[in-house]
Design a protein around this ligand. Structure first.
Ligand SMILES: O=C1O[C@H](COP(=O)(O)O)[C@@H](O)[C@H](O)[C@H]1O
Length: 223
């Protein structure tokens, strides 16, 4: 793991957006298209605000979430809604969204379909992950019902329910996350920095983010 500390959050979001844009451009020089996986939650919005204006051939970029909360797009908690509003706009409106949600009652009802869509995008070219203060990443939560399968199994996507998550989730598994060609984690604040430091010495069953730290660049600034 490489840890990069920035002087402030705003600078980090701009630098990281530029870095990701550069990686996507490089990928598009060598390949017909690039797959780009992004987190939801409260942290990545400012990165998306910069990245959506990047001058690259977005029509060849396939954007997908690392995980989704099983709520309709009308919900404030929808990660799909976040990326439609903050990332898939401006120049990036030309990108293709690979869905991680269908309007059916439970994630199990759509899993096979969503997993088949994701399979066509692997390995992920560029991946950005978030992390919660509880050391979850994507929707691999400590104490989640299918965490062990998510960490060690062969599935690409899994439904996940966890005490710390108010709704069912669907998440990429560790196998998919670890397979990404370029891996970044973005976190802010002292609490998450301390959580990350603790996770480094813990088993992924207790600290799921530990499963994806090897070879990953972690970007941090105090908020
Ligand atoms: O629920 C989620 O949480 C994590 C962390 O979110 P944040 O609000 O603490 O930045 C996020 O990475 C994940 O994609 C999301 O579904």
């Amino acid at each position: 793991m490489e840890f990069i500390e920035y002087p402030d959050v705003e600078m980090m979001m701009i630098d990281l957006a530029n870095k990701i844009a550069g990686e996507l451009k490089t990928c598009l020089l060598e390949h017909d298209w690039a797959s780009f996986a992004v987190p939801g939650g409260t942290t990545p919005g400012p990165i998306f605000d910069v990245l959506c204006a990047a001058d690259l051939d977005w029509s060849r970029v396939h954007v997908m979430l690392t995980d989704e909360r099983w709520v309709p797009e009308s919900s404030e908690r929808s990660n799909t809604r976040l990326i439609r509003e903050r990332l898939l706009t401006g120049r990036a409106a030309a990108a293709t969204l690979v869905p991680l949600y269908r309007d059916v009652p439970e994630p199990e009802d759509a899993l096979a379909d969503l997993e088949a869509g994701l399979a066509k995008e692997l390995p992920i070219s560029v991946m950005l992950l978030g992390m919660g203060a509880d050391m979850h990443t994507a929707s691999l939560f400590p104490g989640a019902d299918r965490l062990e399968e998510g960490l060690t199994g062969d599935a690409l996507l899994l439904p996940m329910r966890a005490p710390g998550a108010p709704e069912p989730r669907v998440t990429m598994t560790a196998k998919v996350l670890k397979g990404a060609m370029s891996r970044h984690i973005v976190i802010t604040g002292d609490e998450k920095r301390a959580a990350l430091e603790s996770a480094r010495g813990m088993a992924p069953e207790q600290a799921p983010v530990a499963a994806v730290l090897a070879g990953t660049m972690v970007h941090w600034a105090r908020d």
